[in-house]
Design a protein around this ligand. Sequence first.
Ligand code: GDP
Length: 433
Amino acid sequence: MTPTREPVDQVMVTVYRAPRSYTGEEMAEISCHGGTVAADGIMSLLIDAGCRPAEPGEFTRRAVLAGKMTLSQAEAVADMAEARSEPAYRCALARYRGALSGLVAGLSNDLSELLAEVEFNLGFDEHDTVSGAVPKTRINRITARLDKTIASAERGRFLIEGANVAIVGRPNAGKSSLFNRLVEEERAITSPIPGTTRDRVDATVVLAGVPVRLVDTAGLTAQGDCPRTGTVPKTGSPRTGTVPKTGSLRPRTVPKVGRSPVPRTGSAVLTALALAQTAKAVEQADVIVALFDGSRPAGPSDRAVIAAIRGRESICVMNKTDLPCRLDRAFARNCPSRLTPVSCRTGAGIGRLRSRLARSLRAGPGPRLAVNRRQLEALSSCRDALVRAGSAPTLETAALETRSAIDMLSQVDAPATSTDILDRVFARFCIGK
Ligand code: GDP
Protein backbone atom coordinates (compact mmCIF):
# COMPACT_ATOMS: atom_id res chain seq x y z
CA MET A 1 0.00 0.00 0.00
CA THR A 2 1.23 3.53 -0.72
CA PRO A 3 1.10 6.11 2.12
CA THR A 4 -2.28 7.19 0.66
CA ARG A 5 -3.39 3.53 0.97
CA GLU A 6 -3.35 2.88 -2.77
CA PRO A 7 -2.70 -0.84 -3.45
CA VAL A 8 0.54 -1.41 -5.45
CA ASP A 9 0.26 -5.17 -6.03
CA GLN A 10 -0.81 -8.39 -4.38
CA VAL A 11 2.38 -10.22 -3.44
CA MET A 12 3.70 -13.33 -1.77
CA VAL A 13 6.33 -12.95 0.95
CA THR A 14 8.65 -15.84 1.80
CA VAL A 15 10.37 -15.51 5.16
CA TYR A 16 13.72 -17.26 5.74
CA ARG A 17 14.74 -17.56 9.36
CA ALA A 18 18.37 -17.15 10.52
CA PRO A 19 20.66 -19.02 10.45
CA ARG A 20 19.09 -21.23 7.77
CA SER A 21 18.75 -18.53 5.10
CA TYR A 22 21.11 -17.96 2.12
CA THR A 23 23.08 -15.26 3.97
CA GLY A 24 22.60 -16.75 7.42
CA GLU A 25 20.56 -13.69 8.44
CA GLU A 26 16.82 -13.02 8.81
CA MET A 27 15.60 -12.65 5.22
CA ALA A 28 12.35 -12.09 3.34
CA GLU A 29 11.73 -12.49 -0.36
CA ILE A 30 8.86 -10.66 -2.07
CA SER A 31 7.38 -12.27 -5.18
CA CYS A 32 5.31 -9.79 -7.16
CA HIS A 33 3.48 -9.84 -10.47
CA GLY A 34 5.51 -9.59 -13.67
CA GLY A 35 6.66 -6.49 -15.47
CA THR A 36 8.66 -3.59 -14.13
CA VAL A 37 5.84 -1.32 -12.87
CA ALA A 38 4.85 -3.47 -9.88
CA ALA A 39 8.52 -4.23 -9.01
CA ASP A 40 9.50 -0.53 -9.25
CA GLY A 41 6.51 0.47 -7.08
CA ILE A 42 7.45 -2.07 -4.41
CA MET A 43 11.14 -1.04 -4.54
CA SER A 44 10.14 2.63 -4.02
CA LEU A 45 8.01 1.71 -1.01
CA LEU A 46 10.87 -0.34 0.49
CA ILE A 47 13.44 2.44 -0.08
CA ASP A 48 11.05 4.98 1.51
CA ALA A 49 10.85 2.61 4.47
CA GLY A 50 14.67 2.70 4.88
CA CYS A 51 15.88 -0.17 2.68
CA ARG A 52 18.59 0.17 0.04
CA PRO A 53 19.32 -1.83 -3.13
CA ALA A 54 21.89 -4.62 -2.69
CA GLU A 55 25.36 -4.17 -4.16
CA PRO A 56 26.60 -6.65 -6.81
CA GLY A 57 27.10 -10.01 -5.13
CA GLU A 58 26.17 -8.64 -1.71
CA PHE A 59 23.95 -11.57 -0.74
CA THR A 60 26.65 -14.11 -1.62
CA ARG A 61 29.35 -11.98 0.03
CA ARG A 62 27.30 -11.94 3.25
CA ALA A 63 26.85 -15.70 2.96
CA VAL A 64 30.65 -16.15 2.72
CA LEU A 65 31.29 -13.81 5.66
CA ALA A 66 28.71 -15.68 7.72
CA GLY A 67 30.50 -18.96 6.92
CA LYS A 68 27.51 -20.29 4.96
CA MET A 69 29.71 -21.06 1.95
CA THR A 70 33.38 -21.00 1.00
CA LEU A 71 34.88 -18.53 -1.40
CA SER A 72 35.16 -21.15 -4.15
CA GLN A 73 31.45 -21.91 -3.76
CA ALA A 74 30.73 -18.18 -4.05
CA GLU A 75 32.82 -18.00 -7.23
CA ALA A 76 30.87 -21.00 -8.51
CA VAL A 77 27.65 -18.97 -8.16
CA ALA A 78 29.08 -16.37 -10.57
CA ASP A 79 30.40 -19.12 -12.88
CA MET A 80 26.94 -20.72 -13.01
CA ALA A 81 25.44 -17.39 -14.06
CA GLU A 82 28.12 -16.89 -16.73
CA ALA A 83 28.30 -20.51 -18.00
CA ARG A 84 28.28 -20.62 -21.82
CA SER A 85 27.67 -24.33 -22.19
CA GLU A 86 25.89 -27.08 -20.31
CA PRO A 87 29.11 -28.91 -19.26
CA ALA A 88 30.45 -25.58 -17.93
CA TYR A 89 27.26 -25.09 -15.93
CA ARG A 90 27.37 -28.62 -14.54
CA CYS A 91 31.00 -28.16 -13.47
CA ALA A 92 30.21 -24.89 -11.71
CA LEU A 93 27.24 -26.52 -10.01
CA ALA A 94 29.46 -29.36 -8.76
CA ARG A 95 31.84 -26.78 -7.31
CA TYR A 96 28.92 -24.92 -5.71
CA ARG A 97 27.92 -28.19 -4.12
CA GLY A 98 31.36 -28.35 -2.52
CA ALA A 99 33.36 -30.57 -4.92
CA LEU A 100 36.47 -28.35 -4.84
CA SER A 101 36.23 -27.47 -1.15
CA GLY A 102 36.03 -31.18 -0.28
CA LEU A 103 39.09 -31.96 -2.41
CA VAL A 104 41.07 -29.10 -0.93
CA ALA A 105 40.13 -30.17 2.60
CA GLY A 106 41.36 -33.73 1.84
CA LEU A 107 44.64 -32.50 0.36
CA SER A 108 45.11 -30.07 3.22
CA ASN A 109 44.68 -32.93 5.66
CA ASP A 110 47.31 -35.01 3.79
CA LEU A 111 49.75 -32.10 3.81
CA SER A 112 49.26 -31.47 7.53
CA GLU A 113 50.00 -35.14 8.27
CA LEU A 114 53.09 -34.91 6.06
CA LEU A 115 54.29 -31.83 7.91
CA ALA A 116 53.74 -33.61 11.24
CA GLU A 117 55.89 -36.53 10.01
CA VAL A 118 58.65 -34.25 8.72
CA GLU A 119 58.68 -32.29 11.98
CA PHE A 120 58.69 -35.52 14.00
CA ASN A 121 61.73 -36.78 12.08
CA LEU A 122 63.32 -33.38 12.47
CA GLY A 123 62.90 -33.57 16.25
CA PHE A 124 64.65 -36.94 16.44
CA ASP A 125 67.38 -35.76 14.13
CA GLU A 126 68.31 -32.96 16.50
CA HIS A 127 69.04 -35.48 19.21
CA ASP A 128 70.83 -37.81 16.80
CA THR A 129 68.54 -40.63 17.89
CA VAL A 130 67.00 -41.35 14.54
CA SER A 131 68.38 -40.49 11.15
CA GLY A 132 65.20 -38.83 9.90
CA ALA A 133 64.64 -38.93 6.18
CA VAL A 134 62.42 -36.90 3.91
CA PRO A 135 59.26 -39.07 3.55
CA LYS A 136 59.47 -39.34 -0.23
CA THR A 137 56.84 -42.05 -0.66
CA ARG A 138 54.23 -39.99 1.17
CA ILE A 139 55.24 -36.87 -0.78
CA ASN A 140 54.99 -38.73 -4.11
CA ARG A 141 51.55 -40.02 -3.19
CA ILE A 142 50.26 -36.52 -2.42
CA THR A 143 51.97 -35.11 -5.55
CA ALA A 144 50.21 -37.74 -7.70
CA ARG A 145 46.88 -36.75 -6.15
CA LEU A 146 47.62 -33.09 -6.79
CA ASP A 147 48.60 -33.89 -10.40
CA LYS A 148 45.25 -35.56 -10.95
CA THR A 149 43.44 -32.62 -9.41
CA ILE A 150 45.39 -30.14 -11.54
CA ALA A 151 44.72 -32.15 -14.73
CA SER A 152 40.97 -32.13 -14.16
CA ALA A 153 41.20 -28.49 -13.03
CA GLU A 154 42.87 -27.59 -16.33
CA ARG A 155 40.05 -29.30 -18.21
CA GLY A 156 37.60 -27.34 -16.09
CA ARG A 157 39.31 -23.99 -16.51
CA PHE A 158 38.82 -24.08 -20.28
CA LEU A 159 35.18 -24.97 -19.69
CA ILE A 160 34.65 -22.00 -17.43
CA GLU A 161 36.85 -19.39 -19.03
CA GLY A 162 36.90 -20.63 -22.61
CA ALA A 163 40.10 -21.11 -24.62
CA ASN A 164 41.93 -18.98 -27.18
CA VAL A 165 42.99 -20.77 -30.33
CA ALA A 166 45.11 -18.89 -32.90
CA ILE A 167 45.61 -20.09 -36.47
CA VAL A 168 49.08 -19.16 -37.78
CA GLY A 169 50.91 -19.81 -41.01
CA ARG A 170 52.32 -18.11 -44.06
CA PRO A 171 49.99 -16.13 -46.34
CA ASN A 172 47.96 -18.46 -48.59
CA ALA A 173 48.49 -21.50 -46.37
CA GLY A 174 44.69 -21.52 -46.07
CA LYS A 175 44.18 -19.96 -42.62
CA SER A 176 40.97 -18.15 -43.55
CA SER A 177 39.67 -21.26 -45.28
CA LEU A 178 40.38 -23.32 -42.16
CA PHE A 179 38.85 -20.67 -39.94
CA ASN A 180 35.69 -20.77 -42.07
CA ARG A 181 35.62 -24.57 -41.99
CA LEU A 182 35.93 -24.56 -38.21
CA VAL A 183 33.26 -21.95 -37.64
CA GLU A 184 31.18 -23.67 -40.31
CA GLU A 185 30.20 -20.53 -42.08
CA GLU A 186 31.63 -18.33 -44.78
CA ARG A 187 32.83 -15.15 -43.17
CA ALA A 188 33.76 -12.28 -45.42
CA ILE A 189 37.17 -10.97 -44.47
CA THR A 190 36.89 -7.26 -44.80
CA SER A 191 39.00 -4.31 -43.94
CA PRO A 192 38.06 -0.63 -43.73
CA ILE A 193 40.78 0.00 -46.31
CA PRO A 194 39.92 -1.53 -49.69
CA GLY A 195 42.20 -4.22 -51.08
CA THR A 196 43.62 -5.32 -47.74
CA THR A 197 43.05 -8.29 -45.52
CA ARG A 198 45.17 -7.33 -42.57
CA ASP A 199 42.40 -7.62 -39.99
CA ARG A 200 42.41 -10.27 -37.34
CA VAL A 201 39.15 -12.15 -37.37
CA ASP A 202 37.60 -13.75 -34.30
CA ALA A 203 34.70 -16.11 -33.72
CA THR A 204 33.56 -18.15 -30.77
CA VAL A 205 32.60 -21.76 -31.33
CA VAL A 206 31.71 -24.42 -28.77
CA LEU A 207 33.91 -27.48 -29.17
CA ALA A 208 33.06 -30.49 -26.99
CA GLY A 209 31.48 -28.11 -24.50
CA VAL A 210 34.47 -25.73 -24.45
CA PRO A 211 33.82 -22.19 -25.67
CA VAL A 212 36.70 -21.57 -28.08
CA ARG A 213 37.67 -18.12 -29.28
CA LEU A 214 39.13 -18.81 -32.68
CA VAL A 215 41.50 -16.19 -34.07
CA ASP A 216 42.46 -16.05 -37.75
CA THR A 217 45.73 -14.15 -37.61
CA ALA A 218 47.44 -12.26 -40.38
CA GLY A 219 49.92 -14.41 -42.31
CA LEU A 220 53.51 -14.82 -41.26
CA THR A 221 56.22 -13.95 -43.71
CA ALA A 222 59.91 -14.41 -43.20
CA GLN A 223 62.51 -12.63 -45.26
CA GLY A 224 63.36 -14.36 -48.52
CA ASP A 225 60.05 -16.17 -48.63
CA CYS A 226 58.07 -14.78 -51.52
CA PRO A 227 54.52 -15.94 -52.00
CA ARG A 228 53.83 -17.96 -55.11
CA THR A 229 52.52 -15.75 -57.88
CA GLY A 230 48.83 -16.11 -58.48
CA THR A 231 48.09 -17.25 -54.94
CA VAL A 232 47.53 -13.99 -53.16
CA PRO A 233 44.62 -14.09 -50.72
CA LYS A 234 41.04 -13.68 -51.79
CA THR A 235 40.84 -9.91 -51.44
CA GLY A 236 43.94 -9.38 -53.51
CA SER A 237 46.47 -8.22 -50.95
CA PRO A 238 48.70 -10.28 -48.72
CA ARG A 239 48.11 -10.26 -45.02
CA THR A 240 51.13 -9.81 -42.88
CA GLY A 241 52.14 -10.39 -39.33
CA THR A 242 54.73 -11.96 -37.11
CA VAL A 243 55.59 -13.65 -33.90
CA PRO A 244 57.93 -11.41 -31.94
CA LYS A 245 59.80 -14.05 -29.94
CA THR A 246 61.82 -15.54 -32.78
CA GLY A 247 62.95 -12.31 -34.31
CA SER A 248 63.11 -14.06 -37.65
CA LEU A 249 59.63 -13.24 -38.78
CA ARG A 250 58.58 -9.90 -40.06
CA PRO A 251 55.87 -8.42 -42.23
CA ARG A 252 56.75 -8.09 -45.88
CA THR A 253 56.17 -4.35 -46.03
CA VAL A 254 58.12 -3.40 -42.91
CA PRO A 255 61.84 -2.69 -43.41
CA LYS A 256 64.50 -4.44 -41.34
CA VAL A 257 64.93 -2.71 -38.00
CA GLY A 258 67.60 -0.01 -38.00
CA ARG A 259 68.40 -0.47 -41.66
CA SER A 260 66.14 1.23 -44.08
CA PRO A 261 64.90 4.80 -44.08
CA VAL A 262 61.67 3.74 -45.87
CA PRO A 263 58.91 6.07 -44.67
CA ARG A 264 56.06 4.53 -42.71
CA THR A 265 53.31 4.79 -45.26
CA GLY A 266 49.65 4.20 -44.42
CA SER A 267 50.15 0.62 -45.61
CA ALA A 268 53.22 0.13 -43.41
CA VAL A 269 51.36 1.49 -40.40
CA LEU A 270 48.49 -0.87 -41.14
CA THR A 271 50.92 -3.75 -41.48
CA ALA A 272 52.60 -2.86 -38.20
CA LEU A 273 49.18 -2.87 -36.56
CA ALA A 274 48.45 -6.32 -38.01
CA LEU A 275 51.84 -7.48 -36.79
CA ALA A 276 51.13 -6.32 -33.24
CA GLN A 277 47.67 -7.89 -33.32
CA THR A 278 49.03 -11.21 -34.55
CA ALA A 279 51.78 -11.20 -31.94
CA LYS A 280 49.17 -10.60 -29.25
CA ALA A 281 46.91 -13.35 -30.57
CA VAL A 282 49.78 -15.85 -30.56
CA GLU A 283 50.89 -14.79 -27.10
CA GLN A 284 47.38 -15.10 -25.68
CA ALA A 285 46.62 -18.41 -27.39
CA ASP A 286 46.07 -21.46 -25.23
CA VAL A 287 46.52 -23.62 -28.32
CA ILE A 288 48.14 -22.60 -31.63
CA VAL A 289 47.12 -24.23 -34.89
CA ALA A 290 50.17 -24.05 -37.19
CA LEU A 291 49.05 -24.40 -40.77
CA PHE A 292 51.32 -25.45 -43.65
CA ASP A 293 50.57 -25.57 -47.34
CA GLY A 294 51.12 -29.19 -48.37
CA SER A 295 51.13 -28.31 -52.08
CA ARG A 296 54.45 -26.49 -51.95
CA PRO A 297 57.89 -27.00 -50.43
CA ALA A 298 58.42 -25.47 -47.00
CA GLY A 299 59.95 -22.00 -46.99
CA PRO A 300 61.60 -19.79 -44.36
CA SER A 301 58.17 -18.60 -43.16
CA ASP A 302 57.14 -22.18 -42.41
CA ARG A 303 60.37 -22.79 -40.52
CA ALA A 304 59.83 -19.55 -38.63
CA VAL A 305 56.35 -20.77 -37.64
CA ILE A 306 57.92 -23.95 -36.25
CA ALA A 307 60.41 -21.87 -34.27
CA ALA A 308 57.61 -19.67 -32.94
CA ILE A 309 55.46 -22.53 -31.66
CA ARG A 310 58.22 -24.55 -29.96
CA GLY A 311 57.42 -25.06 -26.31
CA ARG A 312 53.81 -24.00 -26.82
CA GLU A 313 50.67 -26.16 -26.94
CA SER A 314 50.24 -26.52 -30.68
CA ILE A 315 48.75 -28.61 -33.45
CA CYS A 316 50.57 -28.85 -36.79
CA VAL A 317 48.29 -29.12 -39.81
CA MET A 318 49.08 -29.77 -43.48
CA ASN A 319 46.47 -28.19 -45.75
CA LYS A 320 45.62 -28.70 -49.44
CA THR A 321 45.86 -32.48 -49.42
CA ASP A 322 43.60 -32.46 -52.51
CA LEU A 323 46.69 -31.27 -54.45
CA PRO A 324 49.90 -33.28 -55.05
CA CYS A 325 52.07 -33.25 -51.90
CA ARG A 326 55.21 -31.13 -52.20
CA LEU A 327 55.96 -30.51 -48.54
CA ASP A 328 59.34 -32.07 -47.81
CA ARG A 329 59.51 -35.05 -45.45
CA ALA A 330 62.45 -33.58 -43.53
CA PHE A 331 60.31 -30.57 -42.69
CA ALA A 332 57.39 -32.74 -41.60
CA ARG A 333 59.74 -34.71 -39.31
CA ASN A 334 60.96 -31.46 -37.75
CA CYS A 335 57.43 -30.36 -36.76
CA PRO A 336 56.84 -30.41 -32.98
CA SER A 337 53.91 -32.77 -33.52
CA ARG A 338 52.59 -35.12 -36.19
CA LEU A 339 51.06 -33.23 -39.14
CA THR A 340 47.28 -33.57 -39.36
CA PRO A 341 46.38 -33.69 -43.08
CA VAL A 342 43.34 -31.65 -44.15
CA SER A 343 41.85 -30.14 -47.23
CA CYS A 344 39.90 -27.01 -46.52
CA ARG A 345 38.63 -27.19 -50.09
CA THR A 346 37.03 -30.66 -49.80
CA GLY A 347 36.61 -30.77 -46.02
CA ALA A 348 38.70 -33.95 -45.73
CA GLY A 349 40.38 -34.35 -42.34
CA ILE A 350 38.52 -31.45 -40.69
CA GLY A 351 36.66 -33.83 -38.36
CA ARG A 352 39.96 -35.38 -37.23
CA LEU A 353 41.40 -31.92 -36.65
CA ARG A 354 38.37 -30.98 -34.53
CA SER A 355 38.91 -34.08 -32.38
CA ARG A 356 42.61 -33.29 -31.99
CA LEU A 357 41.76 -29.73 -31.01
CA ALA A 358 39.22 -31.01 -28.50
CA ARG A 359 41.91 -33.25 -26.99
CA SER A 360 44.32 -30.32 -26.73
CA LEU A 361 41.61 -28.38 -24.94
CA ARG A 362 41.30 -31.34 -22.58
CA ALA A 363 37.68 -31.52 -23.64
CA GLY A 364 37.68 -35.30 -23.79
CA PRO A 365 36.23 -37.66 -21.23
CA GLY A 366 37.52 -37.65 -17.67
CA PRO A 367 36.65 -35.75 -14.55
CA ARG A 368 36.56 -32.01 -14.78
CA LEU A 369 36.98 -29.79 -11.82
CA ALA A 370 35.71 -26.33 -12.55
CA VAL A 371 38.27 -23.88 -11.29
CA ASN A 372 39.28 -20.44 -12.38
CA ARG A 373 42.80 -19.21 -13.20
CA ARG A 374 43.39 -17.95 -9.64
CA GLN A 375 42.57 -21.31 -8.13
CA LEU A 376 44.55 -23.24 -10.74
CA GLU A 377 47.62 -21.10 -10.03
CA ALA A 378 47.27 -21.76 -6.30
CA LEU A 379 47.04 -25.53 -6.93
CA SER A 380 50.09 -25.45 -9.23
CA SER A 381 52.14 -23.43 -6.72
CA CYS A 382 51.17 -25.93 -4.03
CA ARG A 383 52.40 -28.79 -6.24
CA ASP A 384 55.68 -26.99 -7.05
CA ALA A 385 56.38 -26.47 -3.35
CA LEU A 386 55.63 -30.13 -2.66
CA VAL A 387 57.98 -31.29 -5.43
CA ARG A 388 60.68 -29.07 -3.91
CA ALA A 389 59.96 -30.65 -0.52
CA GLY A 390 60.47 -34.10 -2.07
CA SER A 391 63.92 -33.21 -3.38
CA ALA A 392 64.92 -31.10 -0.38
CA PRO A 393 68.50 -31.78 0.79
CA THR A 394 67.58 -31.46 4.46
CA LEU A 395 64.54 -32.07 6.64
CA GLU A 396 64.50 -28.37 7.56
CA THR A 397 64.06 -27.40 3.90
CA ALA A 398 61.45 -30.13 3.43
CA ALA A 399 59.47 -28.72 6.38
CA LEU A 400 59.76 -25.21 4.98
CA GLU A 401 58.51 -26.27 1.55
CA THR A 402 55.68 -28.36 3.03
CA ARG A 403 54.51 -25.32 5.01
CA SER A 404 54.68 -23.29 1.81
CA ALA A 405 52.58 -25.97 0.01
CA ILE A 406 49.95 -25.77 2.78
CA ASP A 407 49.95 -22.00 2.47
CA MET A 408 49.45 -22.14 -1.33
CA LEU A 409 46.65 -24.67 -1.01
CA SER A 410 44.82 -22.43 1.45
CA GLN A 411 44.68 -19.78 -1.30
CA VAL A 412 42.35 -21.99 -3.38
CA ASP A 413 39.61 -21.39 -0.87
CA ALA A 414 41.04 -18.09 0.32
CA PRO A 415 39.87 -17.02 3.76
CA ALA A 416 36.88 -14.71 3.81
CA THR A 417 38.93 -12.17 5.73
CA SER A 418 40.94 -11.19 2.68
CA THR A 419 39.01 -8.09 1.57
CA ASP A 420 41.16 -7.72 -1.50
CA ILE A 421 40.23 -11.19 -2.81
CA LEU A 422 36.59 -10.72 -1.77
CA ASP A 423 36.41 -7.42 -3.69
CA ARG A 424 37.89 -9.03 -6.79
CA VAL A 425 35.58 -12.03 -6.61
CA PHE A 426 32.39 -10.07 -6.00
CA ALA A 427 33.13 -7.40 -8.62
CA ARG A 428 32.04 -10.06 -11.16
CA PHE A 429 28.61 -10.56 -9.65
CA CYS A 430 25.44 -8.95 -10.82
CA ILE A 431 22.99 -7.24 -8.48
CA GLY A 432 20.66 -9.59 -6.71
CA LYS A 433 23.05 -12.55 -6.43
P1 GDP B 1 45.40 -17.51 -45.90
O1 GDP B 1 46.09 -16.40 -46.57
O2 GDP B 1 46.36 -18.38 -45.16
O3 GDP B 1 44.25 -17.09 -45.04
O4 GDP B 1 44.79 -18.44 -47.06
P2 GDP B 1 43.32 -18.51 -47.70
O5 GDP B 1 42.40 -19.24 -46.81
O6 GDP B 1 42.92 -17.14 -48.10
O7 GDP B 1 43.60 -19.44 -48.93
C1 GDP B 1 44.59 -19.10 -49.91
C2 GDP B 1 44.23 -19.77 -51.21
O8 GDP B 1 44.35 -21.18 -51.06
C3 GDP B 1 42.80 -19.51 -51.65
O9 GDP B 1 42.79 -19.38 -53.04
C4 GDP B 1 42.07 -20.76 -51.23
O10 GDP B 1 40.93 -21.03 -52.03
C5 GDP B 1 43.13 -21.82 -51.43
N1 GDP B 1 42.95 -22.97 -50.58
C6 GDP B 1 42.73 -22.99 -49.24
N2 GDP B 1 42.62 -24.24 -48.80
C7 GDP B 1 42.76 -25.06 -49.87
C8 GDP B 1 42.75 -26.48 -50.05
O11 GDP B 1 42.57 -27.28 -49.13
N3 GDP B 1 42.96 -26.94 -51.32
C9 GDP B 1 43.19 -26.10 -52.36
N4 GDP B 1 43.39 -26.65 -53.56
N5 GDP B 1 43.20 -24.77 -52.23
C10 GDP B 1 42.98 -24.24 -51.00
